[in-house]
Write a protein that binds this ligand. Structure first.
Ligand SMILES: [Zn+2]
Length: 485
C-alpha cells in the first residue's frame, strides 16, 4: 500500500478522469470567480444562484490531495471491515445517483474520486470519508421513502466532503490541546485521532467522521443546494432526518446522529435556503422506478448479524504485536535532517514532524485514545532566542519532557540525561518510562540535539517487554540521522 501523502501528484493522476463533473457547464467554467460565475448564470436559466449561502472550508492542515489519499486508505480498510451488500445493482445505482449529485457539488475545482458502496447493515447510517468515499447502509435505503430522501442523505454526506469537514475536524483535534504538533498530539495518546485513521484503520468513531453542529448545518445547506441543482425536491434532506428522528422517539436514536449531531432548527434553515434559491423548483423529482426496485432488492438481502460487524461502533481491538522491523531501510529527508527507517514501517506526518511506525504500532489505548506503542517520533521544536550556549540543550530537553508529561501523566524519567553524539553533533540521551497503549510499561528513548532549526527530538518507543527486540533497530535509525551543514 502506498504511504499516505508520499506521492500526492501520482495519486491525483490516478483519480483524475474519474467522477468528472458532467453538468451543462464545462468544468473549467465552474472555478470560482466573477467571470465564470456570470457564464454559469447565463448557461443555466433561470439563474437562481445569486442568493445562495456560500461556505468556505475551515482551517485544515491537509491538502485536498491528502484528503483523497487519506480517505482512500481508510476506505480500503472500511471495505474489509464492513459487510458489503454484495449487490452490484445497488452499488451501480448508488454510483449513478451519487455522480448526479457530485456534478452539482461545489468542490472549488477539486475532482474527488467519489466511490459509493452499499453496506449490509440495518442501522440507519451513511458516512463519507475525505475524498468522497461514500458508504451507505442498507438501513438508510430502507428508511428512505423515495429517491429524493436517499439523495438528500448522500448530498449531505458529499457536502461534508466538499467542505472538507473530516480533515478540518482532525486538524482541530490535533492542535486543540497542545502546541507541539504531532509530538504532543499523539505521543502516549492525546487528541490525535487523525493519526489513528492515518494508520489506515477504519473505526466508526474516527475523528474524520465526527462533525460539529455547525458542520452539520453547513452540510444541510450545501446538501439542499445540491439537491435543488440536481432537480430533486430540496426539502427531502431535512424531511428524512426529521422522520428518522421522530420514528426513534423514546428509543435509541439512529446511529446517524452519533456522528452527525442534529443541528437546531434544521427544517427552518433548509426552508430558508430554499427561499434563497428562489423557492421550490418546477418539475422537481421525488421518486423513480429505479429507486423502488433497488429498495425492494435491498429489503430482500440476507441480514448480517450486528455482532459480526467490526465497525459497529465498538472500539477497534488492539492487534497483536507488529511484525519484526525489516533490516532494509527507506530514506526520509526533511529540511533539518535526513534519516532512514525500516522499509516495513509507515511514515505519518510531513516535513519536520513525522512519525514512523509498523502496522499495529499506533493503537488505541485503554483510555480510548490513540497512541504510539512501537515506533519513532521525530519533531523539531522552535527555540526562542540564542540557543547556542551549552546549557540550552539540557534546559530545552527538560522543557520538552515537561510538555510530554502533560499529555502522558504516567511518564517518568528512568535514566537521567547523558551526553552522546548524533551524526557528530552533541546530543542528550534520556530514558523515560511510560504507560504503553499496548498495556504494561513502555520504554521511551529520547534523543535531543540543538540545530539552527530548533531542538530536534527523536523518541523511540516500545513496550518494555519488547524493548530489547527494538533496541538494535532504534540504534540503526539514530545512526542513520544526518544533519545539514
Ligand atoms: Zn453530517
Amino acid at each position: 500500500m502506498k504511504r499516505p501523502g508520499r506521492k500526492p501528484s501520482g495519486l491525483f493522476l490516478l483519480v483524475a478522469g474519474r467522477c468528472k463533473v458532467i453538468g451543462m457547464v464545462p468544468s473549467r467554467l465552474r472555478a470560482p470567480g466573477a467571470i465564470s460565475f456570470a457564464l454559469l448564470c447565463l448557461a443555466v436559466v433561470p439563474c437562481s444562484h445569486a442568493q445562495r449561502t456560500q461556505f468556505k472550508p475551515g482551517w485544515n492542515r491537509y491538502s485536498p490531495q491528502e484528503d483523497i489519499s487519506l480517505g482512500k486508505q481508510v476506505a480500503v480498510d472500511a471495505e474489509k471491515q464492513l459487510p458489503s451488500c454484495n449487490a452490484p445493482n445497488v452499488d451501480a445505482y448508488l454510483t449513478e445517483l451519487g455522480k448526479k449529485l457530485v456534478a452539482k457539488l461545489p468542490t472549488g475545482g477539486v475532482e474527488y474520486p467519489c466511490e459509493f458502496h452499499c453496506v449490509n447493515d440495518k442501522a440507519i447510517n451513511a458516512f463519507a470519508l475525505p475524498g468522497g468515499y461514500v458508504f451507505v447502509n442498507r438501513g438508510a435505503i430502507e428508511a428512505s421513502d423515495n429517491e429524493a430522501q436517499l439523495a438528500g442523505v448522500m448530498a449531505h454526506e458529499l457536502s461534508h466532503v466538499a467542505l472538507r469537514h473530516g480533515t478540518s475536524e482532525a486538524t482541530k483535534a490535533q492542535f486543540a490541546q497542545t502546541g507541539v504538533g504531532i509530538l504532543g498530539a499523539i505521543f502516549g495518546g492525546n487528541a490525535g485521532g487523525a493519526l489513528l485513521t492515518e494508520l489506515g484503520r477504519f473505526s466508526a468513531g474516527g475523528v474524520l467522521l465526527r462533525y460539529s453542529r455547525s458542520a452539520e448545518t453547513q452540510a444541510d445547506v450545501v446538501g439542499t443546494q445540491v439537491l435543488y441543482d440536481a432537480g430533486y425536491d430540496p426539502r427531502a434532506l431535512a424531511q428524512f432526518f426529521e422522520k428518522i428522528e421522530a420514528e426513534s422517539k423514546g428509543q435509541n436514536p439512529p446511529e446517524f446522529f452519533s456522528d452527525h449531531p442534529n443541528p437546531e432548527h434544521r427544517v427552518e434553515r433548509v426552508q430558508e435556503e430554499i427561499d434563497k434559491l428562489g423557492g421550490l423548483p418546477r418539475n422537481m423529482k421525488r421518486d423513480s422506478a429505479e429507486f423502488e426496485a433497488i429498495k425492494r432488492e435491498v429489503l430482500a438481502l440476507p441480514v448480517v448479524r450486528r455482532e459480526t460487524l467490526a465497525g459497529g461502533g465498538a472500539a477497534p481491538r488492539p492487534m497483536g504485536p507488529p511484525p519484526a522491523p525489516s533490516a532494509k531501510f527507506e530514506e526520509y529527508q526533511a529540511a533539518a535532517y535526513g534519516m532512514k527507517y525500516p522499509d516495513n514501517w509507515k511514515k505519518y506526518g510531513e516535513k519536520e514532524s513525522v512519525l514512523f511506525a509498523p502496522d499495529g504500532g499506533l493503537i488505541e489505548g485503554s483510555d480510548g485514545k490513540p497512541g504510539l506503542a512501537y515506533g519513532v517520533i521525530v519533531d523539531v521544536t522552535k527555540v526562542p532566542g540564542d540557543a547556542s550556549d551549552g546549557k540550552a540543550m539540557e534546559k530545552l530537553t527538560q522543557e520538552l519532557i515537561g510538555t510530554l508529561q502533560k499529555s502522558n501523566p504516567k511518564m517518568k524519567i528512568a535514566r537521567q540525561s547523558g551526553r552522546v553524539r548524533l551524526n557528530g553533533q552533541p546530543a542528550l540521551s534520556t530514558y523515560l518510562s511510560n504507560e504503553s497503549p499496548a498495556g504494561g510499561e513502555e520504554t521511551d528513548w529520547l534523543i535531543t540535539v540543538i540545530r539552527p532549526e530548533g531542538l530536534v527530538s527523536f523518541v523511540c518507543a516500545a513496550p518494555q517487554k519488547d524493548y530489547e527486540k527494538y533496541d538494535q533497530t532504534f540504534s540503526a535509525i539514530l545512526d542513520s540521522v544526518r544533519f545539514g551543514k
